[in-house]
Write a protein that binds this ligand. Sequence first.
Ligand code: ADP
Length: 489
Amino acid sequence: MYEVLGLLDGRWMASATGRWLERRDPADEERLVSRCPAMSAEEARAAVGAAAAALPAWRGARPDERGEVLRTAARHLHSAQDELVDHVVAESGKTRREAVGEVVRTAEILDYYAGMDRVPTSYLAPERRPDVATEVRREPLGVVVAITPWNDPLLTPVRKLAPALLAGNTVVLKPAEQTPLSSFHLCRALQDAGLPPGVLGLVTGRGDEVGAALVADDRVDGVTFTGSTAVGHALAHTVAGRPVRLQAEMGGKNALVVLGDADLDAVVDAVVFAGFGQAGQRCTATSRLLVHHAVSGDLVERLTAAAERLHVGPGRDEASDVGALVDRKALEAVLARIDEAREDGARVRTGGRALDDGPLARGCFCAPTVLDRVDPAMRIWDTEVFGPVVGITTVASLDDAIAKTNASRYGLAASIFTRDRAAAARFAAEAQVGNVAVNLPTVGWDLNVPFGGVKASGSGFKEQGVEAFAFSTRTRAVALNEAAFRSAK
Ligand code: ADP
């Protein structure tokens, strides 16, 4: 069992409370993976205090000095790759292939933002007043709290930390209770790369305890959150009326539209990848398949067959295509959503049950599930499942497909498969989502592409690429009347 420590003012520590949170392997619940300190609200506030104290020096450091820390941290992750992959698999349940991709991408994100140390951070605004020069400077927001979920335990934290640190913010990270180990590795790589004490804090523990204390702290300037819509909206209430910027990446109920002229082989590949990959536990997972009635029978057959070919098993086993769900509670919730859909009249074409035979007996596995006859009146239509479950609804036309795509409180990702360029263009313009794809899966947005949803999926500030700085920096306008200097003797 691995012991995770918190990071407070540059020191690795357990909690003074003496309490710990244990994490078991979701592929084998008898296996203890790690324990992390269940820190207190007081310790969370101490981390914010350290971040506030470290801010002036860090924001005053040269961008290349900050970039160098990220670059060095990326190298540390590369050299620890094998151990990291094992730990991501053990604590999250995802497959080795998925974990390797995550570790590599995490290092890439550090390198990408390290390379931003030469991006201009100010410009001159044209002035109409004689002798006046007005400079618009981009400066860090200040103390940023990052609260992250378990499904991408390295990637989501690094997407928040890297741009914020490069821009000169200090950050306190509160990772999900289920996946503290990955965050511990990430923070250790950054700390060992030379971060001054207090620039980065790691506060482990319960969301409603330390997470809530971090967000309530008046010394915090920004909160970047990824997780459920319910918690995201609750955080918006907590910060309302205070000068705190909130970035929230929340749920999704992502539609993939299939028109009558689509390449069905490509559709099946995309849905298997985006609907069942990571056991469906991605906010961009394909969960609503809106299929033109001319091809729906054929597609249901093909998708059902493809789902049945997937090998479900422990992530550490190279043969596994689909790993475990994150914990038993998650498995039970997914099965409950499937039961509701059944009660509401959907038909289970394959899956619809836990897999617990033989070597899977001690894990939290769900069979890849295809439902058809799903319609907008059903509970599953607009409830995020976060499991390997795809629901199929037939549509009559492009208009119908667009209307149904938008008949959701969520607006994260959507995609359309068609050979008709005009239909694709209309969909790209009219789907009410932050990320829309044509003849591509709903997942797989590269690190330089702005990412984030609308409606109940996102708060408006995007992650990734240069857009990330819209959240983590603000501008200051400095106007200077040169005339006074000229007349000075
Ligand atoms: P999920 O359903 O994916 O587990 P949550 O929204 O419950 O998503 O959790 C995402 C993150 O938010 C986790 O780090 C969790 O600890 C944290 N969290 C949960 N409740 C609160 C809260 N009341 N205040 C702050 N953070 C919270």
